[in-house]
Design a protein around this ligand. Structure first.
Ligand code: FES
Length: 109
């Protein structure tokens, strides 16, 4: 397990990006529970921590793909015309196990 941050660094209802062991990681606090996934959108590299986080869904700031933060699953892909223009759509994010201990958040890669 790799330490990512303190629990207080990501308040409830927010998300934040971290770099851990050369990985770009998105850490989300949803209702007091932490979820971790890749921070880079698989479509064309949008940086998800600067996107939108609402109702358990993260929206990519570049073309608007949406991901379920509990699973990393793609729930809304880019529109069809963008798939054609950009050579394809997005896919699920890798998600990682999270543990909280003594006020710190740890992630297992
Ligand atoms: S880069 Fe994220 S949807 Fe295109």
């Amino acid at each position: 397990m790799e330490k990512v941050c303190s629990v207080s660094d990501v308040p409830e209802g927010t998300m934040r990006g971290f770099t851990v062991k050369l990985r770009y990681l998105l850490l989300v606090n949803l209702g007091g529970k932490f979820y971790a996934m890749d921070a880079v959108c698989p479509h064309m590299g949008g940086y998800l921590p600067i996107g939108k986080f609402e109702n358990g869904i993260v929206t990519c700031p570049v073309h608007g793909s949406q991901y379920d933060v509990k699973t990393g699953k793609l729930v809304k892909d880019v529109p069809g015309f963008l798939k054609i223009l950009t050579g394809g759509g997005s896919r699920d994010l890798n998600s990682y196990n999270v543990e909280v201990e003594d006020g710190s958040v740890f992630v297992k890669f």
